[in-house]
Design a protein around this ligand. Structure first.
Ligand SMILES: NC(=O)c1ccc[n+]([C@@H]2O[C@H](COP(=O)([O-])OP(=O)(O)OC[C@H]3O[C@@H](n4cnc5c(N)ncnc54)[C@H](OP(=O)(O)O)[C@@H]3O)[C@@H](O)[C@H]2O)c1
Length: 291
């Protein structure tokens, strides 16, 4: 065990994610102090060796590195505002998820109080926290990241520093969540559509791999196409694919299912076609997203 592995750490916020983060620090052998707004959380962590601080200030003063993870930035600032003096000269890592604008405001607050600040986003569910495949994105103070990189790797084997601009973790987080929520909503709608015609979700599920397995190459190809503005639609063009969305709309309407997301998809595709992208790839719809 290197001395870096023994960095003293504090975790503020013991919701599902905060508990997972504190547990990962404990697993890695870090002396870990925890604190939560309401009492009754963290007993399991204490049983594993964590110290439950009597106050947030006591928690911050106990360690050289503080990680905060609460529901949103209103909550994190409510906790952090009275701690400015205690945090001055220390490193604060905020793993609460929120918008880029809130990340920028939190960074300005930290800067004003002499706190080295990293804004982060946890990109995996709690069971994966601490594992080699887990991903946490960081943005902000590079010296702080480099100093504590190996400590932060106790939380996620994949710890990526995106740049000094504090908004970058939130931009990546929300962009990835945009993809995620659209995907799981589409998945639920797909199960609903199948159920209307007496096909059980478990009967459909094994065949969904045909779609999920093509998403990684689609994502990589689309990213290149979008960055280059080159939307070659030779293999599958937007007009053909929009007709397929129409079939989905008709089937869903006939069965009385909600069609809100399908109508939104069709409206964007129709606008892109009207702009001359009918023979292009689906990626070209990005040119119609701003109206
Ligand atoms: N859970 C996940 O799978 C997951 C995955 C990726 C990212 N995240 C992100 O991680 C963050 C925490 O999520 P979570 O799952 O731990 O949420 P959670 O289980 O709902 O816990 C929320 C935490 O926020 C605290 N809190 C709420 N309002 C507060 C306030 N005004 N002042 C002080 N503390 C306050 C709660 O304290 P009390 O106990 O006192 O209410 C609790 O510790 C969120 O930003 C979430 O987006 C979560």
């Amino acid at each position: 065990m290197t001395s870096d592995n023994l960095v003293t750490v504090t975790v503020i916020g013991l919701g599902a994610m905060g508990r997972a983060l504190a547990g990962a620090f404990l697993d890695a052998g870090h002396p870990t102090t925890v604190w939560n707004r309401s009492t009754g959380k963290g007993d399991d962590l204490v049983a594993r060796g964590a110290v439950l601080a009597a106050s947030a200030e006591e928690a911050v003063r106990a360690s050289e590195l503080t990680v905060v993870c609460v529901v949103d930035y209103d909550a994190s600032q409510a906790v952090l505002d009275p701690l400015a003096e205690a945090l001055a000269g220390r490193v604060l890592v905020n793993l609460t998820s929120d918008s880029p604008e809130r990340a920028r405001a939190a960074a300005a607050w930290a800067d004003e109080h002499g706190i080295a600040y990293l804004d982060g986003a946890v990109m995996v569910p709690t069971p994966l926290v601490g594992g080699p495949e887990a991903l946490i994105l960081y943005a902000g103070s590079r010296p702080a990241f480099e100093k504590y990189e190996s400590t932060l790797k106790a939380l996620a084997g994949q710890a990526a520093h995106l740049g000094e601009d504090h908004t970058l973790a939130a931009v990546h987080d929300l962009s990835m969540l945009d993809f995620f929520y659209a995907s799981i909503s589409g998945l639920v709608h797909a199960f609903a559509l199948a159920r209307e015609d007496k096909v059980a979700a478990t009967a459909l599920a094994p065949y969904l791999n045909a779609i999920t397995s093509i998403l990684p190459p689609i994502a990589a190809g689309m990213a290149t196409a979008i960055d280059e503005g080159n939307y070659d639609g030779e293999q599958a063009n937007l007009s053909m694919m929009t007709a397929s969305v129409d079939h989905l709309l008709h089937m869903s309407r006939d069965r009385g299912l909600d069609t809100g997301h399908l109508e939104a998809i069709k409206a964007v595709a129709d606008r892109a076609i009207a702009k001359g992208h009918g023979a292009d790839d689906w990626a070209s719809t990005i040119e119609a997203l701003k109206g």
